[in-house]
Write a protein that binds this ligand. Structure first.
Ligand code: FES
Length: 154
């Protein structure tokens, strides 16, 4: 009869060691393959880090009839200074297939280069494939800073 102590202190056979090593390697390979597939199929929830209000720019930064892209949470926003000096802000994500739109100073309109979609200065879709207007934002100038925030639901 063998002593239980001898079994605990007996060296692990080489064959068993190789089996564990190969099994671990195979398991790691499977996890490394499946994790990106899992992340692709079930992406993490996007968090809107910007909250409801961001500083989109500074007074004097934009000359009349120009625009700039700013970061609004995880999405781009478009700040426009019209030819008569008013500020407008809207989402810069095209409502067609989510390309980033830009201000066209030659047309005085917002343009999506992906499929030639057009929006007016209020974000309304005017031509091309975009099915809906851009989300409009409120603009508030406080001191030297231009704040942009989501419109409150009435
Ligand atoms: S993605 Fe903007 S027009 Fe198609």
């Amino acid at each position: 009869m063998t002593d239980p102590k001898d079994r605990l202190t007996a060296p692990v056979p080489r064959r068993r060691f190789v089996e564990v090593l190969l099994g671990s390697g195979f398991l790691a390979t499977v996890v490394a393959f499946l994790y990106p597939v899992w992340q692709y199929l079930i992406p993490p929830k996007a968090s809107d880090l910007g909250g409801d209000s961001v500083v989109a720019g500074r007074v004097g930064e934009l000359k009349p009839n120009s625009g700039k892209i700013f970061r609004f949470g995880e999405r781009p926003g478009l700040l426009i200074r019209t030819a008569d000096g008013q500020y407008r802000a809207m989402s810069a994500t095209c409502t067609h297939l989510s390309c980033t739109v830009q201000y066209r100073d030659d047309l005085h309109e917002v343009w999506c280069a992906c499929h030639n979609g057009m929006y007016d200065l209020n974000g309304r879709n005017t031509s091309g494939p975009p099915p809906r207007p851009l989300e409009g934002f409120e603009v508030q100038v406080r001191g030297d800073e231009i704040f942009v925030r989501r419109r409150r639901e009435a």
